[in-house]
Design a protein around this ligand. Structure first.
Ligand SMILES: [Zn+2]
Length: 462
């Protein structure tokens, strides 16, 4: 057999045997600006992981960056620069928390306020690390959908955190124009730092998760910690529990682990990382890497009839063999607009239009008006004017999807907003966080979140 054929045969066998890629995104919420020992924990983790060849994502709080600078910890900054830098809010637990101020505001106003409050910390990270952070994640459970629009304006493309407010199939998804790694369910794996006996069980859980993702053609496992967990036995921000707002001079330092106990926690993480690295097909990636590994958020081409059939039956994303389209993407297809990212509506409206059909000329003007709105505002309208009455966005979309372009009148159809099933309906549980004021709830943020569900779709590995 000629050598070239043998080579091709071997290559083919290797390709067939290569397991689908399983990406572990290991991230650290780097936030304890009270206990100086946490600075050393950051340094230790950054150096240990570098030595292991595992790049992590350190989401740094603005006040933490300024504190490292003030304490002259250039060694920590240098060690972090070997990894990916994300952003974890400007002050984290000093009130008001993001959800507390965002719930008072609408989508556009909230985005402007988030940008006003959070831009200075992001600028400090840029100055200190020389890069724009790749990702953001909220402090605690203090999430709000307005942050998506603000983060896009601030040049932050990935949302990396955990929470229950929104999720798609326990894997990364596109939402609000950001790549979300969120609500990862059984693909969130975190060896317990306080119980060595549970490590073996967690490693088996990792193996099962990796095997399942391998069978599905690849995916992401999310693992997170806080550097302070490796040196303290309580969180630094108990100072701000239940909305407390003590002066800086009153801040109490958290209780410390003993040096031996700290070593034990570092050992647990090390064993987990080494175990993952030995698993076939598994690679450690950063938030920045994920942007390259996943398809762009711009919708793939789709047959117009297929888009119409889908949107007439259900207003939610459509998964095709070429990638996924959000309900907003599908609406743009039906309106003849070029593929682009647009925000969802900023409010919920009920249809006031009473007739069962819209005369053709009136309907065509309503469509043209909708196209003009989207072109001007880069978002979907809450409702579409049909003369002096209107159709809710959902009813407009269903009607458009079901329209026969040659008919002299267009029968009105009712939408069903199936996309809303991907959102939490628990306004207390989803925002449960020790730092929020007691009894805190944010149903307004879940409602705004559902409205932005028009932009939701699963992300697909390239
Ligand atoms: Zn945090």
């Amino acid at each position: 057999m000629p050598r070239i054929f043998l080579l091709l045969l071997l290559c083919g066998a290797a390709l067939r045997a290569a397991p689908a890629p399983v990406y572990v995104v290991l991230w650290f919420d780097t936030e304890d600006y009270i206990e100086p020992a946490s600075d050393d924990a950051v340094l230790r983790l950054a150096r240990d992981l570098d030595a292991l060849g595992a790049r992590a994502t350190f989401k740094v709080v603005g006040e933490m960056a300024r504190t490292l600078e003030a304490r002259g910890r250039q060694d920590v900054v240098r060690a972090l620069s070997l990894h990916d830098i994300g952003y974890h809010s400007n002050f984290h637990s000093i009130p008001p928390a993001p959800a507390a101020y965002l719930r008072e505001l609408g989508y556009l106003e909230g985005a402007a306020e988030f940008e006003r409050r959070e831009s200075p910390g992001l600028a400090d990270l840029r100055r200190l690390f020389g890069v724009t952070p790749s990702c953001y994640g909220q402090p605690g459970s203090s999430w709000g959908p307005q942050s998506n629009l603000a983060l896009r304006r601030m040049g932050v493309p990935v949302y990396l955190d955990e929470g229950s407010q929104v999720g798609v199939d326990e894997q990364p998804f596109w939402y609000g124009g950001l790549l979300y790694v969120f609500n990862m369910g059984r693909f969130l794996i975190r060896p317990h730092l306080d119980d060595d006996a549970r490590l073996e069980g967690t490693l088996r859980q990792f193996d099962q998760a990796a095997a399942e993702l391998g069978r599905r053609g690849g995916g992401v496992i999310s693992t997170y910690y806080h550097p302070n967990e490796f040196v303290t036995t309580e969180f630094w921000d108990v100072n701000f529990a239940k909305g407390a707002n003590p002066e800086r001079s009153q801040w109490r330092r958290p209780r410390r682990r003993t040096p031996e106990d700290s070593e034990r926690t570092y050992r647990i993480l090390r064993r987990y990382v080494e175990h993952a690295q030995k698993t076939p097909g598994v690679r450690f990636v950063t938030a920045r890497d994920l942007l390259q590994l996943y398809d762009s958020p711009i919708a793939p081409p789709v047959d117009r009839r297929r888009a119409a059939e889908h949107l007439a039956a259900r207003q939610t994303f459509l998964v095709t063999e070429r990638g996924a389209l959000s309900a907003a993407d599908l609406l743009l297809v039906l309106l003849g607009l070029e593929p682009q990212f647009v925000d969802g509506p900023t409010a919920r409206r009920q249809s006031t239009y009473r007739s069962n059909a819209v005369p053709r000329p009136v309907w065509d003007r309503a469509k043209a008006d909708t196209v003009a709105f989207i072109r001007r505002h880069h978002r979907l309208p809450a409702a579409v004017w049909v003369g002096s009455e209107n159709l809710s966005l959902a009813d407009f979309a269903a009607t458009l999807a079901g329209e026969d372009p040659s008919a002299s009148s267009v029968p009105v159809r009712r939408g069903n907003l199936e996309l809303e099933k991907y959102f939490s309906t628990d306004p207390a549980g989803s925002f449960n966080w020790l730092i929020h004021p007691e009894g805190f709830q944010a149903p307004e943020l879940l409602e705004l979140g559902r409205l932005q569900g028009w932009t939701l779709k699963p992300a697909r590995l390239r």
